[in-house]
Design a protein around this ligand. Structure first.
Ligand code: G3H
Ligand code: 13P
Ligand code: ZN
Length: 311
């Protein structure tokens, strides 16, 4: 059933677990996420970036989300990293149940003013708002923050920002990064900073850039590297270890964004099918393995985050 991030995250806060927010771009990804949520009896957040909207169109994504929301688990449909106020307003009016305004690289005052504008639009329609303070490094199509622009969230500023804007959830920067190349060494989250933020900020906290970049999936992706002449594409790929995700949840993280892990699973499936089943001309066969690898990825996250069995 379709609900808001605010309701899903309030329940997570009470239960001490986190809910996965999965980036979707097409039918197969949406199906993989919602089918797994039903199998795991887990609440779920399905989110589209502005890049996904450019790719598939807001109307198509919304129509698919509405059908997915018929599933018997709480599901929210969220706009991820909204930067363009026109797109955000359109999403609120069209039926998204939650939107993010990402003003993380704007000057503080401008971030507050624009977030407040989004909150005003959203409140009228019962839509939840996620905002961001602190900037998370990494590059993913339209979401791009350079090493120089990135900075960790200041706990006092986070508290002031949340009060000033009236946002329902807050994305923070504590050492994660967007994309499959998060760091030169194993990333380490700043858990003591998270504890301080959690003590001062009353709304649920959100962790972006949280993919694990499983070595097993990276290996699977490299399986036919020789045939595809693409051996080194993922060398140096590194994600956030499961133990650090668990520590983040223990200390107040309630929404966890996952995109890169789905991209890896999707691509591993396509590459394997192209090499091992290349005679097929049935388009339905090209994405079947991708869908099942994405389902196993989503299942792993729901179990890791503690949301399985909570719907
Ligand atoms: O955080 C960003 C998301 O992973 C979306 O990336 O703009 O390439 O869709 P995208
Ligand atoms: P990953 O690149 O780690 O999957 O992060 C996705 C994300 O934060 C989407 O908003
Ligand atoms: Zn993000």
């Amino acid at each position: 059933m379709l609900t808001t991030n605010k309701k899903i995250l309030a329940a997570a806060d009470k239960g001490g677990y986190a809910v996965g927010a999965f980036n979707v771009n097409n039918l197969e990804i949406i199906q993989a996420v919602i089918e797994t949520a039903v199998e795991e009896k887990s609440p779920v957040i399905i989110q589209t970036s502005e890049g996904a909207i450019e790719y598939a169109g807001m109307d198509y994504l919304l129509a698919m989300a509405k059908i997915a929301a018929k599933a018997p688990v709480p599901m929210s449909f969220h706009l991820d990293h909204g930067k363009d106020l026109k797109v955000i307003k359109r999403a609120i009016d069209a039926g998204y149940t939650s939107v993010m305004f990402d003003g993380s690289v704007l000057p503080y005052k401008e971030n507050v003013a624009k977030t407040k504008q989004v909150v005003a639009w959203a409140k009228k329609k019962g839509v939840s708002v996620e905002a961001e303070i602190g900037a998370i490094k990494g590059v993913e199509d339209l979401v791009s923050v350079s090493e120089k622009q990135a900075f960790f969230t200041d706990p006092d500023e986070a508290a002031r920002f949340t009060k000033a804007t009236g946002c329902d959830a807050l994305a923070i920067s504590i050492g994660t990064a967007h994309g499959a190349f998060k760091s030169k060494t194993t990333p380490e989250l700043d858990i003591s900073r998270l504890k301080k933020i959690d003590a001062l900020v009353k709304v649920p906290l959100v962790l972006h850039g949280a993919s694990g970049v499983s070595p097993a999936m990276v290996e699977r992706l490299k399986k036919h590297a020789d045939v595809l002449q693409d051996g080194n594409r993922l060398s140096g790929a590194v994600g956030i270890p499961d133990e650090q995700i668990k520590a983040a949840i223990r200390n107040g993280i309630r929404k966890i964004n996952i995109d890169s892990d789905l991209r890896l699973a999707f691509t591993a499936g396509v590459r394997e099918t192209v090499v091992e089943d290349h005679k097929t001309i049935d388009p339905r066969k090209w994405l079947a393995l991708s869908k099942s690898l994405m389902k196993e990825t989503v299942r792993g996250k729901m179990r890791l985050f503690g949301s399985s069995g909570k719907a």
